[in-house]
Design a protein around this ligand. Structure first.
Ligand code: GDP
Ligand code: MN
Length: 407
């Protein structure tokens, strides 16, 4: 009897894992033909920087100074969602004192907080009303940019086929597992960009052609507004690229629990995005991008469930063995090998959760921790819990406000 759960376990495990290997292999190949940064960057569309804020009194001044230190001029559009601290008054008095910091400045104030995506939607809609023709650069209050970031992103738009570009994250004080997660994440984004487009960009620092994305495309009940925009731009016919040549810096939540919460929230946003575009997974007109969406759908939607099911099959197998005794011959060998693999997976996962790095096991552990977060995100969705409005990780704000290194 024990061979049935063993077979199910192996089958599910392979079904979950194989696409990761396939994508890793494709990405390795794709990355070899990196996209060239345009050289004819003399005439470029104008830039408006969009800054959504909610209760950022601790860091808003630092953010404005950071933006004002960019080596180019642009307009600033801030949208506040009824902050309950002094964000707006700090903002307004800083802007009054530094009236020449930006080309033009607009501050929109929402009467209530409806989540970041709704704020972004309203900001984009306000530019649609003005028939704005330029580029929109979105950035988070807690993201610090090097002084050439906006100019570097703008340069990409000399290429008329490019519709959105995002920067790489440099996350300070992250748990060690996060570094592995980051480098894996970046490699995938780079490969996807080189081949066609990546569906996921980071809203902490990204830019897109305003006219090529409509505010109506945003699902305001979901987060991951940045990935919604990147994917939407590609579905509207232009490319969406991850540029490792430029970065933004921010600070990870200080506790493992905080980092977990942030990842689960992000995961749910990506899951919803992928589900909402399920028709595009098989859209031939999208070429390779449809395949990229299919693989990402596997990683974010199906793989977590398959791994969990494989885990259940393992538990069943162990129960049968405990009750009926160890089988003989070839089955014992199969059982022994499975036990070893399970032990490896379990150790990798548990060490990663504790933030402990061990060579070889780190990548596997990062994968399993990611799967765990996505499974929890599924669970929240099943229970009808949407994470699109979140409590701020105020520890990151305190750390950033105090940081002399980041400014
Ligand atoms: P995290 O990095 O995913 O933890 O998200 P953050 O809490 O850092 O938020 C990213 C950006 O969105 C910051 O600039 C926040 O001030 C802003 N933000 C978050 N929620 C809201 C909201 O409800 N309305 C507006 N206007 N901005 C928001
Ligand atoms: Mn943040």
């Amino acid at each position: 009897m024990v061979w049935i759960p063993a077979l199910v376990e192996v089958g599910l495990g392979l079904a979950a894992f194989a696409p990761f290997l396939v994508h890793r292999f494709s990405v390795g190949r794709w990355r070899k033909q990196a996209i060239e940064y345009p050289t004819n960057t003399e005439v470029l569309p104008l830039v408006t920087v969009l800054l959504p804020v909610w209760n950022e009194a601790l860091i808003v001044k630092k953010k404005l100074e950071n933006l004002a230190a960019q080596n180019m001029r642009f307009s600033l559009l801030v949208i506040d969602s009824a902050s309950t601290d002094s964000t707006v008054s700090i903002l307004n008095s800083w802007l009054k004192e530094h009236s020449d910091a930006f080309e033009a400045t607009t501050v929109l104030e929402m009467p209530e907080r409806l989540g970041k995506t709704e704020a972004v939607r309203q900001a984009i809609a306000s530019l649609e009303d003005q028939n704005y023709q330029g580029l929109l650069c979105m950035t988070d209050a807690d993201a610090m940019l090097p002084s050439n970031a906006v100019l570097r992103l703008q340069g990409w738009f000399a290429d008329p086929t490019i519709g959105a570009v995002g920067a790489r994250a440099l996350r300070h004080q992250a748990l060690s597992g996060e570094r592995t997660h980051r480098s894996m994440f970046e490699m995938l984004r780079e490969g996807e960009s080189a081949r066609d487009s990546t569906p996921f960009l980071e809203g902490s620092c990204m830019m897109w052609r305003h006219k090529r994305f409509s505010s109506q495309q945003l699902n305001v009940h979901s987060n991951a507004d940045d990935a919604q925009i990147a994917t939407g731009i590609r579905l509207n016919g232009l490319r969406s690229l991850h540029d490792s040549g430029i970065y933004f810096e921010d600070i990870a939540p200080t506790s493992p629990e905080g980092q977990r919460r942030q990842k689960i929230r992000r995961g749910q946003g990506l899951q919803r995005l992928l589900v909402s575009h399920r028709k595009s997974w098989f859209d031939r007109r999208l070429g390779t991008f449809a395949g990229i969406l299919r693989r990402e759908a596997h990683f974010h939607l199906f793989a977590p469930v398959l791994f969990a099911a494989a885990g259940c099959a393992a538990i069943l197998r162990w129960s049968i063995i405990t009750l009926a005794g160890m089988p003989n011959g070839a089955l014992a060998a199969l059982h022994g090998s499975l036990a070893l693999i399970e032990l490896g997976c379990l150790i990798a996962w548990l060490l990663n959760r504790q933030g402990i790095r061990v060579p070889l096991l780190t990548t596997l552990g990062t994968l399993f921790s990611g799967m765990e977060h996505l499974l929890v995100a599924h669970w929240h969705s099943l229970r009808g819990r949407s994470l699109h409005m979140w409590d701020q990780h105020s520890d990151t704000r305190i750390a950033l406000a105090d940081s002399e290194e980041l400014n």
